[in-house]
Design a protein around this ligand. Structure first.
Ligand code: PXP
Length: 249
């Protein structure tokens, strides 16, 4: 019998904090955004605590840990500082991402294949602390195999290249790569999630791929919230994901 799971939406609230940090004000409050998002149907709340603290701050993560009713997915770089924070905060999930200070956002996936030893040890320590670990990787068999080998339960496939495709042919090529990676990942026993650059126009193509479990989406939802309010923005994204995945049963 084929197993089917509901598709879950992780709302990334980093850019609520971006607005606040831009002016050093007390608003807008990420915690408030998280609670509104949860009430509107977010299945998890995602935050990226960057080394440079450009948006989410330590205090945000601490407060969220105390009030979230769903799950916290903490995105972070594989550094000793972040490991100590994750141990203290104990989020249900951590997604390990590469970080370069100059980048606008996370630009590429982790090179797990080239860093098996280091990442394997890092993830093992996190898992010992009871955290479910995923690795943010490109849609690449080599990276999926390496992720499986180091024993993490999940990966998040980087959909940014698909989102940024400049024409139809590039988009199709990217989509095929992601479809192939999802099937390959599931066959190796990994939970496969997806995220980056997903918006109200392109999410259906990714959500229609059978087997993807979680979608982590931030920028487009927070942008839409300016015009329609956060609750509606979350509800609309979730219904697009569920409608596109209706055939995935
Ligand atoms: N997933 C990961 C691993 C990310 O680093 C980000 C950006 O922080 C996202 C998802 C969300 O991307 P976007 O803001 O483009 O929806």
């Amino acid at each position: 019998m084929k197993m089917s799971y509901p598709k879950l939406l992780g709302v990334n609230i980093d850019h609520v904090a971006t607005l606040r940090q831009q002016r050093g004000t007390r608003y807008p409050e990420p915690l408030q955004a998280a609670l509104v998002a949860e009430q509107a149907g977010a299945d998890l709340i995602t935050v990226h605590l960057r080394e440079d603290r450009r948006h989410i701050q330590d205090r945000d993560v601490e407060l969220l840990a105390g009030v979230l009713q769903t799950r916290m997915n903490l995105e972070m770089a594989a550094t000793p500082e972040m490991l100590a924070i994750a141990r203290r905060i104990a989020p249900s999930d951590c997604c390990i991402v590469p970080e370069r200070r100059q980048e606008l956002t996370t630009e590429g996936g982790l090179d797990v294949a080239a860093n098996r030893g280091f990442l394997g040890d890092f993830c093992a320590e996190l898992q010992e602390a009871g955290v479910k670990v995923s690795l943010f990787i490109d849609a690449d068999e080599k990276q999926l195999e390496a992720s499986c080998n180091i024993g993490v339960p999940a990966v998040e496939i980087h959909t940014g290249h698909f989102a940024d495709a400049r024409n139809r042919a590039e988009r199709e090529k990217s989509l095929l790569r992601i479809q192939h990676a999802v099937t390959f990942g599931i066959n190796t026993g990994l939970q496969v999630n997806a995220g980056h650059g997903l918006d109200y126009h392109n999410v259906a193509s990714i959500a229609a791929i059978p087997g993807i479990r979680e979608f982590n989406i931030g920028h487009s939802i927070i942008s839409r919230a300016i015009f329609s309010g956060l609750a509606d923005a979350v509800r609309e994204m979730k219904s697009l994901i569920l409608a596109a995945s209706e055939s995935d049963h």
